[in-house]
Ligand binder design. Sequence first.
Ligand SMILES: [Zn+2]
Ligand SMILES: [Zn+2]
Length: 109
Amino acid sequence: MVLLFCHFCGIRLTLEEGPKCYRFYCKTCPYVYNVNQRVINRKYPRLKEVDEILADSKIWDSVDKTQVKCPKCEFGEAYFMQMQTRSADEPMTNFYRCANKECGYRWKE
Ligand SMILES: [Zn+2]
Ligand SMILES: [Zn+2]
């Protein structure tokens, strides 16, 4: 049996039956690997789950930074991530993490 590991977390992926085909998914982040094709962020987690996912700082290592003011420390730069939550008619949610290492405050809009 082939074992797959999450590109973000490095943990072993779990196999489940997806809507179209079998797929491997990561228990701690939205990474999904379909057996036929690779898709990222196709699993729409609930906002509460997203909050838990983003509490893991490793996930922020590979995302882009943007010019935005941290509401806590007023640092002018933050890591930025956009994610679709479970319901498709909800707009994408923007998640931020303060780029000031001493702060690391997270917020969303
Ligand atoms: Zn993962
Ligand atoms: Zn901050």
